[in-house]
Design a protein around this ligand. Structure first.
Ligand code: F6P
Length: 328
């Protein structure tokens, strides 16, 4: 499709991720540099359905690069899942003469975009991967992942001190929905004794064997990272099961939770978000629509929405193996 892009809208949707503000800033600054008008849609698809759309000027995105969260708010919209909701959203975009949208979010956000463009192909989208989970196919990194992992590692460093002082086994639960990328990177970056991820079908007996082995070599405390989607259960359930069958060191559980979603973005996330935000606008200007802008081998890449949402991201088994060897 050939389209002269003059007015674009940007929104963030789904779970917030550190670096989203840096991405918004990059979209606005790149667009205004090329004489485009930019509009913000507040609260993601909810704001689109309700017509919560306002002009964003270059000066509106000053002093936000370093801030966590998203200044244009986010939500998980139920109404946009309905045909009537999407029709309302389309009518509002038309009313504001929006030529194209930049959607920043995770799998749900890009799925919403894909459904919308199938129904209303005259308003194209470009997507940016904004989620701490790093679970999108077509990009090595998603915006927010690096910061979330840094936050989790910092927490585990602290837990390690108290685990060591009391000779305890800690089960530390990290986010990631049904993917184990945060858990794996946190595990390797914090030197955890084991990492339980949904991608690997670890048996409960194998976990007990790891704990027993640690005791045999006089390791008096352990930190086990549990991805929230782990097939063995959540950290609390796993600790209970361990207590029931193994008379080892006392167990404790820490769920890091939404701490991982907040805070100032890391340098990696700021730079990534800036590059991807720039890439999104350039893609629209080049009439390359309905793709997710990602980063692969340190180069900006484009992946169709269909692939980004349906293909499974590669899980780094080598990294898991390295983490096991280094923890043995
Ligand atoms: O997708 C990001 C994420 O933080 C997941 O890791 C987690 O499972 C989920 O969102 C939590 O969602 P909410 O903030 O709606 O509780």
């Amino acid at each position: 499709m050939e389209k002269d892009i003059k007015r674009i809208a940007v929104f963030t949707s789904g779970g917030d991720a550190p670096g989203m503000n840096a991405a918004i800033r990059a979209v606005v600054r790149t667009a205004t540099y090329h004489d485009l008008h930019v509009y913000k849609i507040s609260r993601g698809y909810d704001g689109m359905v309700q017509g919560d759309i306002q002009r964003l000027e270059t000066s509106d995105v000053g002093n936000i690069l370093h801030r966590g969260g998203t200044i244009i708010k986010t939500a998980r919209s139920q109404e946009f899942r309905t045909k009537e909701g999407r029709q309302k959203a389309y009518d509002h975009l038309l009313a504001y003469d929006i030529d194209a949208c930049v959607a920043i979010g995770g799998n749900g956000t890009l799925t919403g975009a894909q459904v919308f463009i199938e129904e209303f192909p005259e308003i194209p989208f470009v997507g940016l991967p904004g989620t701490i989970d790093n679970d999108l196919f077509g990009t090595d990194l998603t915006i927010g992942f690096d910061t979330a992992v840094n936050t989790a590692i910092e927490a585990v460093d602290k837990i390690r001190d108290t685990a060591d002082s009391h000779n305890r086994t800690f089960f530390v639960e990290v986010m990631g929905r049904d993917a184990g990328h945060i858990a794996l990177s946190t595990g390797i970056g914090s030197g955890a004794g084991n990492v339980l991820v949904p991608e690997v079908d670890l048996k409960f007996d194998d976990l007990i064997a790891v704990l027993k082995k640690a005791k045999l070599r006089n390791k008096l405390f352990s930190v086990i990272i549990v991805a929230e989607g782990s097939k063995l259960g959540n950290a609390t359930e796993i600790a209970k099961k361990v207590d029931a069958v193994y008379d080892g060191p006392p167990t404790r559980v820490t769920v890091i939770g939404h701490l991982q979603r907040g805070g100032s973005p890391s340098a990696v996330d700021r730079i990534l978000a800036s590059r991807l935000g720039y890439g999104a606008v350039m893609s629209l200007l080049n009439n390359e629509f309905n793709v997710m802008i990602g980063i692969q081998n340190n180069k900006i890449s484009k992946t169709s929405f269909a692939d980004a949402i349906s293909k499974k991201k590669h899980f780094d088994d080598d990294l898991l193996n390295i983490s096991k060897i280094l923890a043995h």
